[in-house]
Design a protein around this ligand. Structure first.
Ligand SMILES: Cc1ncc(COP(=O)(O)O)c(C=O)c1O
Length: 378
């Protein structure tokens, strides 16, 4: 089986641990166990027997996760190694060679890569910058066909940080319901909405909806490698059967921490911290964009740990990212990894002590005569 390179992840794997100023992450700067657990809980963690546990996730953890949804029980949840395993199991359990899916892009391209690799026909609907990266429902209606088995969206979106409004979400649900097809949303950035209340999950709105989520992004705990799928029990069982062939189970230690972190009070404390970091850093970025308005522009993200910045000179985004990395030690993600040249992604969940000097260095490059003398992008 051939699989296209997942260049978004590959480029991060190669450079994120070796650059002085890493602005490539999409989550919030992580927390430690000390930040989260009290003395008694840490003592209990030290005494924990390191068994396999439940291979679909400890019952109590699945119940805790289920309580995040309006009408889901523990059998509607499977705990996975990160949201990436959740996405993988979703593809492997719902799709077969020859199926068709419709994907909103730009998007974290893991589902697209796996789907194509197993012979699924992938159709795309573009989020357009001129519509503030919203979901084009008309284009979706035109794209969905009798062969479509699943619609998938990343909401809040990676890389733009756009969120789907109530109307767009209702329209999406209606289209899926009328055709009786699956509706999947990767919601790993959910909970980091910078204004307003946390919206309901897609899994609360339609019985054939499946949500991916986890603790890596809004919850600032990627090192725990805890994610999950929430959806109909039959499909979740099918994902569990695939998990027997992949990782078998998640870490007992991580599940212990996850269950505490997902209790309502602590979850809210973590999300408040995330939003406070993101709001402060987003303002920093907006101010920086204003100073560099001759060369860059931005539709500010509404959620998530990243912003998608447009630049207006004719230099390829991979080349720009490479030069910033090699010459200035600042690591940003090129729009190329999303198939969108002319943009770069900046992590706004990075510590301010990285974001501030990183942006200053990028600003120097943008103001250099070498950059300014490049032709404008067409
Ligand atoms: C939308 C989205 N889904 C899933 C993942 C994978 O996350 P995890 O670390 O939980 O496996 C990422 C990582 O960047 C992401 O952006």
């Amino acid at each position: 089986m051939e699989i296209e390179e997942f260049s978004l992840e590959r480029i991060q794997s190669l450079f994120e641990n070796v650059v002085p100023l890493n602005l490539s992450d999409s989550g919030v700067h992580p927390m430690s166990i000390n930040d989260l657990l009290d003395k008694d809980e840490i003592e209990a963690l030290l005494q924990l027997e390191l068994g396999y546990g439940w291979t679909n996730g400890e019952v109590s953890l699945r119940s805790t996760i289920a309580s995040l949804y309006a009408d889901r029980g523990p059998d509607d949840i499977i705990v996975t190694n990160g949201s990436s395993e959740a996405n993988f199991l979703m593809v492997m359990s719902l799709l077969e060679p020859g199926d068709e899916i419709v994907v909103f892009t730009p998007n974290y391209l893991q589902i697209v890569g796996w789907a194509r690799a197993i012979g699924v026909d992938v159709k795309t609907v573009r989020h357009d910058e001129s519509a503030e990266w919203g979901a084009d429902i008309e284009q979706l209606r035109e794209t969905v066909s009798d062969k479509t088995r699943l619609i998938t969206i990343c909401n809040p979106n990676n890389p733009t940080g756009a969120t789907l409004g109530n109307d767009a979400m209702s329209a999406l649900v209606e289209i899926a319901r009328n055709r009786d097809i699956y509706l999947h949303a990767d919601e790993v950035y959910k909970g980091s909405e910078l204004a307003g209340e946390e919206p309901p999950s897609v899994a609360d709105l339609y019985h054939k909806a499946i949500a991916t989520n986890g603790l890596s992004k809004a919850m600032a705990l990627p090192g725990l490698r805890i994610g999950w799928l929430a959806g109909p029990a039959k499909e979740i069982y099918s994902a569990w059967q695939r998990k027997d062939y992949t990782s078998i189970t998640t870490s007992t230690v991580s599940e212990f921490v996850a269950e505490r972190v997902l209790q309502p009070e602590l979850r809210q404390r973590v999300l408040r911290r995330s939003k406070s970091i993101l709001r402060e850093n987003l303002q920093l970025l907006i101010d920086w964009v204003a100073v560099n308005a001759d060369t860059v522009s931005l539709i500010p993200p509404k959620a998530g740990g990243m912003a998608f910045v447009r630049y207006n000179r004719a230099i390829n985004s991979t080349e720009l990212a490479q030069r910033l990395r090699d010459e200035l030690g600042v690591f940003i993600l090129p729009g190329d990894v999303y198939g969108l040249d002319g943009y770069f992604r900046v992590g706004i969940g990075a510590p301010k002590s990285h974001l501030e000097p990183g942006l200053a260095k990028i600003g120097e490059f943008l103001a250099s005569s070498e950059f300014l003398n490049l032709p404008l992008r067409q």
